[in-house]
Design a protein around this ligand. Structure first.
Ligand code: ADP
Ligand code: MG
Length: 326
């Protein structure tokens, strides 16, 4: 803990001015917050911790750290098709650095207001830089998208291009070069992932299962397959990749990065054949594009089919913090 006065001032200066919303009865400043949700809705809860030098470089701009800490939680809410409602913030930092806090707080409040999600409380302690955000969203009863609803024959879709965050990481570590024109866009994909909340709300009445891609498509899709007790075939040529990926990475690496690179925070979801046309119409009306990459099968396992129609079983390794490998 910091001294009483400085902790009080810190919370007052940097974390009490965020906008509330209709769900918040009592926000930051009391012993606990009070919220309420409308009748017929359910609460969806998620939490993610970002540790300096594990999840982000310690010298990353504070507004980007804040942005990402909230964005990864918003992405989990998107994967459940929940509307963001409120969040709490627990922050450990080695010392009070006002300019760092000011930038952090601005980054956080910018993204929070974009999604109308209220900061209702938190905790502030001294320690190695670590940020934990717990976020809650609201969904009509029984309407949340889960991992266990995929059925054989369902189409498999993703909301956007894959592998850019991995490309950015390799670039920032000095392992790969990226042409000047692409550097900003690629790094943005790593630092400022867009939580696909709006897309999720547009497709939620059609999808049978969903997950957000945080550890890589192969790893995350395999969670759907296990939970739903099914398998899948994906067409490697259909994996959407950005112009930057096409320009900077050769074809073989590109597919591997699209398949296994983490941190993209696109959604992967499944839809029955009979609902696909209606879903695509709805997404079109709402202005979103999605990409069909394969089909759910009765046969277990994840098969990857290349342009010659030959298949390989996908290695399901994504980023696992405890496996000691990337
Ligand atoms: P207590 O000692 O009763 O747990 P604190 O002094 O830790 O209370 O916090 C006072 C108020 O400030 C509480 O409403 C708490 O939720 C809020 N708060 C503390 N840290 C943060 C933070 N980093 N972000 C947002 N709210 C915070
Ligand atoms: Mg108290």
């Amino acid at each position: 803990m910091f001294s009483l006065l400085s902790e009080f001032d810190l919370i007052k200066n940097y974390f009490s001015g965020f906008a509330n919303n209709e769900f918040v009865r009592l926000g930051v400043g009391d012993d606990a917050a009070i919220t309420s949700i409308p009748a017929g809705r359910e609460l969806v809860t998620t939490v993610d911790t970002l540790v300096a030098d594990v999840h982000f470089f310690v010298d990353t701009a504070p507004e980007l750290i804040a942005y990402k800490a909230l964005a990864v939680n918003l992405s989990d809410l998107a994967a459940m098709a929940a509307s963001p409602a409120w969040f709490t913030l627990s922050i450990a930092m080695p010392e009070i650095d006002e300019s760092w806090l000011d930038a952090f707080s601005r980054g956080l409040s910018d993204l929070a207001s974009q999604h109308n999600i209220a900061l209702i409380g938190g905790d502030t302690v001294r320690g190695p830089l670590t940020i934990t955000i717990q976020a809650c969203g609201i969904v009509e009863r029984g309407k949340a998208l889960r991992r266990d609803g995929a059925k054989a024959g369902d189409g498999i879709f993703v909301t956007g291009s894959l592998g850019d965050a991995r490309l950015a990481l390799e670039y920032l570590k000095g392992e790969r070069t990226i042409g000047k024109t692409y550097q900003a866009a690629v790094c943005d994909k790593l630092h400022r992932p867009v939580a696909r909340i709006d897309e999720a709300l547009s497709l939620k009445n059609f999808a049978s299962a969903a997950i957000d891609i945080s550890d890589g498509l192969a790893a995350d899709l395999s969670h759907i397959l296990h939970s739903s007790d099914v398998g899948a075939e994906i067409l490697l040529d259909k994996l959407p990749v950005s112009d930057a990926m096409r320009a900077c990475v050769d074809a073989g690496d590109r597919q591997a990065m699209a398949l296994r690179g983490g941190d993209d925070y696109e959604l992967c979801f499944t839809v029955s054949e009979s609902r696909q046309a209606a879903m695509l119409t709805q997404l079109g009306v709402d202005g979103f594009e999605v990409y069909r990459i394969g089909t759910i099968t009765q046969d277990k396992g994840l098969r990857c089919i290349d342009s010659k129609g030959e298949f390989t079983m996908a290695e399901i390794s994504g980023y696992d913090h405890f496996s000691g490998q990337d």
